[in-house]
Design a protein around this ligand. Structure first.
Ligand code: ADP
Length: 433
């Protein structure tokens, strides 16, 4: 099995466009008729859904932003009566009050379908068992992966996040072939295996599907070695559907993640001007959910920074997105230089004496913003070794263009993920003493 839905996943591009165009028109009509927020927005712009011929006209239409969802909290962005809604989720609220999203029966079928496609892409097959360590609850991760795995024909072990002892017992005794969780929690599990002398050869797990937070090759290397798995990236957000908006193929690692663009039409726009950018350029990822019934969003500004492009050598025809550098509002501006924490993570990869357990602490000294990098050293390396500190300092300066204070730490000093997303940046500038 290479594909879950071969006819759609390999649909020639012109047919994919025709499908997207007709779906977009239906979505716009639904939004105009059912959601007062969109009717007002279109009327103000003097645009009628009928004026839009297809996805090439999307740039004429306004964006939908997180604030719009908050202003319409909880249900005013729903396009269907509650009698047709079958599930309600909310974003994890990483950046403020949660946003509430709803699904009809058909929306849930689509959710299951895109997650099933993603799981196949990650290496999972019917008959395998999924250790699902994403949180169950309002967060879309747990139930989202659960539904897609069930649809694919897997046996789901609904472990949910946290309680690491239990996770390890289940990995050892239940013998799942596939696991999913955040990359930072996969790091925790890998470390705990090592600490407890668990022989990963005795585990059955072969594939790890990791997402919900930015991560780089540095963490992939650590998790793959530590758990003896092939790790791929899954991306998603509750506003668009949840996990399974895009997924990396296990045989095409490092070339980006397929966006299931028959359901989620992507654009990359300039973060300051909102102008669409050409394929390959980095900017803000924007999605139109062209098949959603209960919660259809037009040009939703995800705030996530990446690029998109077609890959002619790929198995599927759908466009790929690069891994997320970070959220636009998580970008630090330090002495005029833009900084995402994933850039530091990439530098860490280049040193064998470092482990990607790290934290950035941002401070203000006088009028100067300063960044301190706390990072753990591998066994056998000395955290007090000034030469090692200097090497990292110099590499960061050459690569990122900033002088940072380096604080090397012994293994185990920096907080780990206890099951969910991990906060890598501590910004002390806003703290009032
Ligand atoms: P919240 O915005 O409250 O965290 P969600 O749980 O819906 O709500 O999280 C969605 C966000 O998580 C995305 O917008 C993105 O910033 C991040 N995210 C999800 N998957 C990935 C991934 N694979 N790589 C990087 N970031 C991701």
């Amino acid at each position: 099995m290479t594909f879950y839905n071969p006819s759609i996943e390999t649909l020639p591009l012109e047919k994919l466009r025709a499908l997207q165009n007709s779906r977009l028109k239906t979505m716009l009509q639904r939004q105009y008729e059912q959601i007062p927020f969109y009717k007002k927005l279109f009327d103000e712009k003097g645009i009628h859904p009928k004026d839009i011929k297809g996805v090439e006209d999307l740039h004429l239409l306004p964006f939908t932003r997180k604030e719009d969802l908050r202003d319409n909290y909880p249900y005013k962005m729903f396009a269907t009566p509650m009698q047709e809604v079958r599930r309600i989720h909310a974003s994890s609220g990483t950046t403020g009050k949660p946003t509430v999203v709803g699904y009809t029966h058909n929306d849930l079928e689509i959710f299951d379908e895109v997650v099933a496609r993603s799981l196949v892409c990650a290496g999972a097959r019917p008959g395998m068992k999924l250790h699902n360590a994403y949180g169950y609850g309002l967060f879309t991760g747990g139930l989202g992966m659960h539904g897609g795995a069930t649809k694919l024909g897997m046996a789901v072990i609904p472990v949910s996040g946290g309680m690491t002892d239990r996770q390890l017992t289940i990995l050892q005794d239940f013998k799942p072939e596939v696991m999913c969780c955040t990359p930072s929690y996969a790091q925790t599990l890998a470390e705990e295996c090592k600490k407890r002398g668990i022989d990963t050869k005795e585990l059955a797990v072969k594939y790890a599907v990791l997402g919900a937070e930015p991560w780089t090759e540095t963490i992939r290397r650590q998790v793959e070695a530590g758990l003896d798995v092939t790790a791929t990236n899954i991306y998603g957000l509750s506003e668009i559907i949840g996990p399974g908006v895009s997924q990396e193929d296990f045989e095409e690692k490092g070339t980006g993640s397929y966006i299931w663009e028959d359901h989620f039409f992507p654009e990359i726009v300039d973060r300051d001007t909102g102008k669409p950018l050409p394929y390959g350029e980095e900017g803000v990822l924007v999605f139109s959910t062209i098949t959603k019934e209960a919660f259809p969003l037009l040009r939703y500004w995800t705030n996530d920074i990446c690029s998109i492009n077609y890959d002619k050598n790929a198995k599927r025809t759908h466009i790929k997105m690069s891994s997320i550098k970070g959220r636009a509002d998580d970008m630090l501006i330090i002495r005029g230089v833009n900084l995402f924490y994933t850039q530091v993570e990439e530098v860490i990869e280049q040193f064998d004496f470092l482990i990607p357990n790290y934290q950035l602490i941002v401070k203000r000294e006088g009028t100067m913003d300063k960044v301190q990098v706390r990072v753990e050293v591998a066994e056998g390396a000395d955290p007090a070794d000034a030469a090692l500190q200097q090497q990292l300092h110099q590499k960061i300066k050459n690569t990122i263009g900033l002088s940072m204070d380096i604080q090397l730490e012994v293994l185990g000093s920096i907080p780990r993920s206890q099951g969910g997303k991990l906060k890598r940046v501590i910004d002390e500038r806003s703290v009032v003493f």
